[in-house]
Write a new protein. Structure first.
Length: 202
């Protein structure tokens, strides 16, 4: 369901430099281009059914609205594009739990969940975002986010899948295709329709 312009503008003002939307150019174009957000009435392309929730930004990319989750020239933006493009997730809101904590190693943030001061600095903003989107289903990226939501947002439904940076381990390497298949299997088990093929052949 498309969101209203006033919701879009409120989110842009509140978290536009830390968050974004699952809107990406076509597969044959630059995955990281921001021109897609220059379309008129962009809010009609967005949906409020799902929110994709990560833990924190790996680096400070706060140069203009919605650039987060689009600026990574590695796997991040490309994988998010490939799992959301041409699916019910396209146009979903994407945000972080801790918006102003810039750290690539999420393991260093494990203690944050028990740090009441940090939680209370982040939780009201996240709740406000979710309420503006009318209580969406939360798709958590990784165990740290899953634990946060279970503990601090028990009134929200959530499902957990791999973070877009996940590459597995030596005995179980995770290719892009394996990553996409895991995402869609997780969603399918929850009853969410997924594309038969939504990514480029690698």
């Amino acid at each position: 369901m498309a969101i209203k312009r006033e919701v879009y503008e409120k989110l842009k003002k509140m978290s536009g430099r830390e968050s974004s939307w699952a809107l990406y150019p076509d597969f044959d174009k630059d995955a990281f281009g921001m021109d897609i957000f220059n379309q008129p009435e962009i809010w009609n392309l967005l949906n409020d059914k799902y929110v994709i929730l990560a833990l924190n930004p790996g680096k400070d990319v706060q140069t203009k609205p919605w650039i987060n989750f689009h600026s990574d020239v590695g796997k991040g933006a490309r994988r998010l594009r490939d799992v959301t493009k041409n699916s019910v997730l396209e146009g979903s809101y994407i945000t972080d739990v801790y918006k102003n904590v810039f750290e690539k190693n999420s393991g260093k943030l494990k203690s944050f969940d028990s740090d009441e001061q940090r939680v209370q600095a982040s939780l009201p903003i996240l709740r406000n975002e979710l309420e503006l989107l009318h209580h969406p289903l939360i798709i958590t990226l990784g165990s740290g986010v899953k634990s946060f939501v279970k503990k601090h947002l028990p009134d929200y439904e959530s499902i957990n899948t791999w973070h877009y940076s996940y590459i597995g381990r030596k005995s179980f390497p995770v290719s892009d295709v394996k990553y996409y298949e895991h995402w869609w299997q997780t969603l399918s088990e929850y009853g969410i329709s997924t594309p038969q093929k939504g990514y480029q052949e690698k």
